[in-house]
Design a protein around this ligand. Sequence first.
Ligand code: TXA
Ligand code: MG
Length: 336
Amino acid sequence: MGEHAEQSGDWQAAGPEEIASAVAILTAGGVVAFPTETVYGLGADALNPAAVARVFALKGRPAANPLIVHVSGEAMARRVTSAWPEAAALLARAFWPGPLTLVLPKAARVPDAVTAGGPTVGVRCPDHHVTLALLEAFGGPLVGPSANPSGRVSPTTAAHVREGFGDSVFVLEGGPCRAGIESTVVSLVDERPRILRPGVISAAQLSTALGRTVEVAAAGSVADAGPAPSPGMQAIHYAPAAPAVVFDRSEFDRVLRTQARVAVLAHSPLTVAQPHALIRMPATAPEYAARLYAALREADSLSPSLIAVERPPTGDPVWDAIADRLRRATRPFAGG
Ligand code: TXA
Ligand code: MG
């Protein structure tokens, strides 16, 4: 292992040998899973249509849902975009490497499959040393949807990626993801910058960096208005296998009474009795976000009749991004 090798619990970050193996696979048009600070991505050469097609096939992803292109920085981003407005330069300088995807007009060299035939491309520079080293060594942009079968919970560890794809995908180890929910997606295509998918980077932070107001597309409004600018905005997404609901504390007793075996995710000090199970969640938003997808997987592994998630607090951008992901993973509690 190289100088970047890290030891923490039961994982060790991929070093130069694994990165060289990954580059060989990518160069041959294959697929490699890579770590980022948000979730693991399913990587392939963004400029090779056959490689991109493999990613869609592996994930079972609808062709209408465009892929994010991962880059090592502004110079590589400018190779896949046909415009680089001042707003892009400001946001890239303020937040890259980091959990922010910029939607911009695409360059002609980007295959149509990447952008679902659309005129725009999402680009982001991830903040993880393994994947930055991979991008440097490969020397070109990589598509990177979350490394989960389409519609399932995103992976925040290498083991989660293997749960979804077995040994069919080479996984670069990078440890548990620090942020834990997917990047903020902001469109810079129209006059007014607009958040298409909330994440840990907030509208207020983007507004400060740009010196102008950044709007947030209302939940549901984008998906309801014809072809979705960001299919991540669609209603059911990121879902566990068991049915899942979000509940208010006033509904708690009723949730437990109406179900055979509930896996409860709670951030306040609730207690549950057998046969129900409790997964205690952090009470602060960044820690909660980092834990969410692993907790949903743990809940699923208990084979419950229902996963019930205590409604998160409101009024903070990270809690709002968490609420967004929970809305996509659950249905409203209808009383049983
Ligand atoms: O944090 C992340 O963004 C992770 C890591 C791996 O980088 N990737 C990720 O990719 O979440 P994916 O494919 O699971 O989600 C990408 C989201 C989808 O909601 C997609 O519809 C949207 O970004 N998107 C991609 N390209 C777009 C475009 N040109 N215009 C609008 N939305 C776009
Ligand atoms: Mg995804």
